[in-house]
Ligand binder design. Structure first.
Ligand code: PRX
Length: 657
């Protein structure tokens, strides 16, 4: 971490929005002053201005029982109505909501009127299958319009969606279905990825094989057309939609009605179901989407490349943009299929003006070379965004120069599944940006950087990032586990001087304040890895590795990786009885495949080292810090607390084999 701080200290480049850009932005510095005066009133104003309330709220924030917040509690709204019907009623029914681009090159678009009709029909399909308000619906789909339609249809009837990324395995799917007691799964036969069909339905069939789950039906979208196994509980999406009525009146639900659960990795083995509710979540997403990206819904074409299986897809593909009546691109595939210029081709085709993506993608394009994007007309771009991991100044500059014609503002947005919305970011039209810094809390959000004792670290110093006041889109809890919610996020600073004015939300990230007080993110401080902007838990992968009959012990670390930010590196001790049975190479192959099968391909370790022993303290705690040093090719740090100080020598020599 010290190395990183040193580099950041030398970054002195500054980029203000051009005068032309600044002149046309709707955001004004008043946003900050108003929000500072009274954050709750500020958010109440945003909620009233940006959303339609079936029943207006009179109470803004209830923080009497922290950490359980209630925002706009006595108000009622319908989230889908806010994203759809009201735009049609306002005369914008003909505006394109979605330009869908399939990986094989097929495309279709939906106007707001068309999308509203589809969602109404899908809502009727759900009701017809017996889904009612409060029920949980699992969504396991590729990036196709039906994913957006499903989420909005679930929201429309007051049910709760749990979207599971298509890269997760049958086992991960099953554990998420069970944890939430989902009554329905919406899936597809498959999707297209990297030029191939990637099947989804078989994973659902495997997950539900034992017939003892809470799931009553599986709704299946036909995307790829390959043969699928068919069960009594299965219903074709197209059959159900064909006969569904296009009439559905959106009922209102309380602002605190659960909207979705999204599972994310924590420091322990089991993923946590992060719970988000309706009114506050939608308010902050509409606000940040509009002001961070300087959105002009009448003219912009926005593209967020995230999958709906992650929080970015929830907040900045579905809810924020659609609440704002934006026109956006939805792309099914990977950036390099069928050719490495695919993204730039899409930007040229749809004249994308706002692009929101992750540093891993930018670094991958950097490696491929600027000659690829330079073949395309990217002049429509006017704002670029980054999310998911720290963006190094070099990648930031490349993004600006090569993709943004050396002109476009770049907003580096820090937030999390738990925060629901962007928390720290420049505002495209207002902020003078610094390459590599997330910079300032968005208006209405209060952030601090503290030391372990809860003391403010002061400008020029590093510490732990906290949120000091409740915010509208904050998680309302961990599904079914209020204790874990408190412990994970709120106990860290309890009793410290920093918490004297109320509980502090501990984000799990290290950060540094520069001499202007701007925030630079330094990565996770816990046992959570960030691989290509996706969160993975060391504990979860370790428990998968030790579940295999070959493995006696395992330790997993996130090691720095030039492209993906971090990469999963595992150290395993093989059971004595198994050690001679297979070659090291075979064992590594077996274990990598095992993790992919248990958790999903995204968790497959990049490297697995077979070692005789793991470095442990005298009390038996694995010292991952030393393994990280070894995995990153550094000299191994202080080993004096190890029970056996020689063990790291053995490990590093075994890694070379
Ligand atoms: O470590 C931070 C990193 O991603 C984590 C949150 O991961 P997840 O819940 O999957 O959400 C990712 C998309 C919002 C954070 O704790 N992170 C996210 N954005 C940034 C970031 N790190 C540095 N800079 C960012 N802009």
């Amino acid at each position: 971490m010290t190395v990183k701080i040193d580099t950041l200290l030398h970054e002195s480049r500054r980029f203000a929005p051009t005068p032309e850009f600044a002149a046309q932005t709707a955001a004004t510095p008043d946003l900050y002053t108003d929000a500072q005066k009274d954050p709750a009133t500020f958010w109440a104003d945003q909620a009233r201005n940006l959303l339609h309330w079936h029943k207006p709220f009179t109470k803004t924030l209830d923080w009497t029982n922290p950490p359980f917040a209630k925002w706009f509690e006595d108000g009622e709204l319908n989230v889908a109505y806010n994203c759809l019907d009201r735009h049609v009623l306002a005369g914008n029914g003909d505006r394109v909501a979605l330009y869908f681009e399939g990986e094989p090159g097929d495309s279709r678009s939906y106007t707001y009127a068309e999308l509203t009709t589809e969602v109404k029909k899908a809502a009727n399909v759900l009701l017809g299958l017996g889904v009612t308000a409060g029920d949980r619906v699992a969504v396991y789909l590729p990036m196709i319009p039906e994913a957006v339609i499903s989420m909005l249809a679930v929201a429309r009837i007051g049910a709760v969606h749990s979207v599971i990324f298509g890269g997760f395995s049958a086992e991960s799917l099953r554990s998420r279905i069970d944890d939430a007691n989902a009554v329905l799964v919406i899936t597809a036969d498959g999707g297209y990825r990297k030029g191939k069909i990637s099947a989804l339905k078989p994973a659902v069939d495997a997950a539900l094989q034992s017939n003892d789950s809470s799931v009553k039906n599986v709704l299946v979208v036909k995307r790829t057309g390959q043969d699928v196994q068919w069960n009594d509980r299965d219903v074709w999406w197209s059959d159900a939609m064909e006969t569904a009525s296009p009439e559905h009146e959106a009922e209102s639900f309380p602002a605190e009605n659960p909207l979705f659960i999204l599972y994310t990795s924590g420091t322990t083995g089991a993923p946590k179901g992060i719970l988000h509710t309706s009114g506050g979540y939608l308010t902050q997403n509409a606000f940040t989407h509009q002001n961070v990206f300087d959105l002009k819904p009448e003219t912009d074409v926005y593209w967020c490349t995230a999958d709906v299986g992650w929080i970015t897809g929830h907040s900045y593909v579905v809810y924020g943009p659609l609440a704002n009546g934006a026109t956006q691109v939805l792309y099914e595939g990977t950036p390099d299929s069928p050719h490495t210029g695919r993204w730039w081709e899409i930007i040229e085709k749809y004249k994308v003006s706002i692009l929101y993506t992750a540093p891993t993608a930018i670094r991958t394009f950097m490696k491929l070379g600027r000659q690829i994007p330079q073949k395309f007309d990217l002049s429509s771009l006017r704002v670029l965004g980054s999310v998911g991991e720290p963006i190094n100044p070099e990648a930031w500059m490349w993004y600006r120069e090569v993709i943004g014609s050396n002109l476009t503002p770049i907003v580096d947005t820090w937030w999390q599944t738990e925060t629901g919305s962007i928390m720290v970011s420049a505002l495209a039209g207002l902020t003078e940006t610094k390459p590599g810094a997330a910079q300032v809390p968005v208006p209405g959000i209060t952030i601090d950087v503290l030391d372990d004792d809860g003391q403010h670290v002061g400008h020029g110093n590093g510490g732990l990032l906290v949120v000091t006041q409740p915010w509208p889109a904050m998680l309302r809890g961990i599904w079914g586990d209020p204790e874990r919610f408190k412990e994970t996020y709120w106990d860290k600073f309890e009793g410290t001087t920093g918490a004297k004015d109320g509980p502090l939300y501990f984000a799990g990230d290290g950060a540094r304040l520069d001499h202007d007080g701007d925030i630079w993110l330094l990565g996770r401080v816990d046992d959570v890895m960030n691989v290509s902007g996706h969160r993975l838990s060391t504990a979860e992968i370790e428990s998968s590795l030790v579940a295999h009959s070959l493995t006696a012990e395992a330790a997993v670390v996130g090691a720095a990786d030039e492209t993906t930010g971090q990469a999963v590196v595992a150290f395993v001790v093989i059971k004595f009885s198994q050690a001679e049975i297979a070659s090291h190479e075979d064992i590594v192959g077996i274990l990598r495949a095992h993790v992919a099968q248990q958790i999903g391909a995204i968790a497959r370790p990049r490297d697995i080292y077979i070692v005789d022993e793991l470095p442990k303290t005298r009390s038996g705690k694995i010292m991952r810090r030393l393994l990280r040093d070894a995995a990153e090719g550094r000299d191994v740090g202080d080993v004096t607390t190890l029970a056996d100080t020689m063990v790291m020598n053995t490990i590093t020599s075994q890694m070379k084999k």
